[in-house]
Design a protein around this ligand. Structure first.
Ligand code: GLN
Length: 456
């Protein structure tokens, strides 16, 4: 089939499903068709085409796309059309992918259910009364519902892996610095990473291959050799010679028994694949959540200072400058974003900085040390991605703490800058997917892909 036919088929599916699913904020039909036509012309001219040429993709709406509205699911960026392209989307364009549109998210990527979007609530394709997870819920739902074969998300504390888990797809958060953040609207800059969501491990590896690598436009971008992630992804791959560590602290209280059972069955499967399995203790793992909810809001309060009605998007009409700022921000930000800005501003303020922010940074170092010790003994760590399967829409919106607990098992990975992948590992009694998280040492994406592929 031609690239145009494939693109049209996905656009048709989007049209059919969107009235129920609401995973896209913007669909770029005309440019998608034009891009597909260009690929077909290349094929007709007998030119070689790359692995990703003509492959449709969904893009989280916090990635700047030149000439295409980028809202971050916020009213404050309602009419923001970036004058520049993010590095990842630029690289995907060069690889020949066809952007189908921009996917829904929690406003500024703050949330775990995509219910914090200022525009729409995305349904979980397995049961639309449930949430798809978040904040990359639009990307996860779109992939799970086959509105696109692959999508990009961003992950600050779990926002790729948790929605992948709740929607039954693969999601990878790369090592901090492996993928350029240039053109990703910043939430918490020391934690944010962009990564793929896909139906198979191999697809995730192919997309990462295209977007990974040094970028002079991002000062935190690593200048390292990128391996061929797919070279060993062949049928029959096993886990002989690998050691897996079960994170003891992730089992027990608060974990849904059905998730516990599925993850333990997956671990047994790893043993059958030849892996040596150990149980390890990461004593500071559980302090990840509280330290994250100091560090992430602190960075957010600084990053979001730029939305003042002058430089971007929406502006409230007011005669004085200060009241224009105030009114723009009061009207433009949703409740969760305001909560984070207030927490962050408080934590950074004089007199409280040492007690909160500095302390949280120290805890972050201790968590990192726990991981470093663990990786002396094992090739990968394993735990559930999320303590529960997809929850009912509305059930946690008035209880931020219970919402925050969704990311208990993903957040420490961001604090330590490590790569983590979520892969499907079964279903609960209601038929909702369960996810398994594999965590690797710094830059061990290839190990994660191979171990995930062996299980898949
Ligand atoms: N749910 C977490 C938060 O609200 C993580 C979000 C993310 O990874 N972007 O901050």
């Amino acid at each position: 089939r031609s690239a145009v036919e494939i693109t049209q088929a996905y656009l048709e599916r989007i049209k059919t499903l969107e009235p129920k699913l609401h995973s896209f904020l913007t669909v770029t039909e005309a440019t998608a068709i034009a891009q597909a036509q260009a690929i077909d012309q290349k094929i007709a001219a007998g030119e070689d085409i790359g692995l990703l040429e003509g492959i449709p993709i969904g893009l989280k709406d916090n990635l700047c796309t030149q000439g295409v509205r980028t809202t971050c699911a916020s009213k404050v960026l309602e009419n923001f059309v970036p004058p520049y392209e993010s590095t990842v989307t630029q690289r995907l364009v060069e690889a020949g992918t066809i952007a189908l549109g921009k996917t829904n998210l929690d406003e500024f990527a703050m949330g775990s259910s995509t219910e914090n979007s200022a525009y729409q609530v995305t349904g979980n394709p397995w049961d639309p009364s449930r949430v798809p997870g978040g904040s990359s819920g639009g990307s996860a739902a779109a992939v799970a519902a086959d509105e696109c074969p692959v999508a990009l998300g961003s992950d600050t504390g779990g926002s790729i892996r948790q929605p992948a888990s709740l929607c039954g797809v693969v999601g990878l958060k790369p090592t901090y610095g492996l993928v350029s953040r240039y053109g990703l609207v910043a939430y918490a800059s020391s934690l944010d990473q962009i990564g793929p969501l896909s139906r198979t491990v191999e697809d995730a590896a192919i997309v990462l291959q295209a977007i990974a690598g040094h970028d002079p436009k991002d000062s935190t971008s690593l200048n390292v050799e990128i391996p061929d992630y797919t070279q060993n992804l062949q049928p029959g791959l096993d886990c002989k010679g690998r050691t897996i560590g079960i994170i003891q602290e992730t089992f027990g209280e608060g974990l849904d028994p059905v998730v516990d059972e599925a993850v333990k069955a997956a671990i047994a499967q790893y043993e059958a694949l030849g892996a040596t399995v150990k149980t390890l203790s990461l004593p500071r793992f559980r302090y990840g959540l509280p330290s994250y909810y100091i560090i992430a809001p602190s960075e957010a309060s600084s990053n979001l200072a730029r939305y003042d009605g002058v430089k971007y998007g929406a502006r409230a009409e007011e005669s004085s400058l200060v009241s224009m700022y105030t009114k723009t921000r009061a009207a433009g930000f949703g409740a969760e974003v305001k909560r984070r800005i207030m927490i962050g501003t408080y934590a950074l303020s004089a007199g409280y900085y040492d007690a909160y922010y500095l302390k949280a940074q120290k805890v972050r170092t201790l968590i990192k040390q726990d991981f470093e010790a663990a990786f002396q003994e094992v090739d990968a760590l394993v735990c559930p991605t999320s303590p529960t399967t997809a929850f009912t829409a509305g059930s946690k919106v008035d209880d931020p703490i219970s919402m925050y607990l969704s990311d208990l098992m993903t957040i420490p990975v961001n604090l330590a800058g490590l790569p983590g992948i979520s892969i499907p590992c079964g279903f609960d009694a209601a038929g909702l997917p369960i996810g398994l998280q594999l965590i690797g040492n710094v830059l061990q994406e290839q190990t994660l892909f191979e171990m995930a592929y062996a299980y898949e």
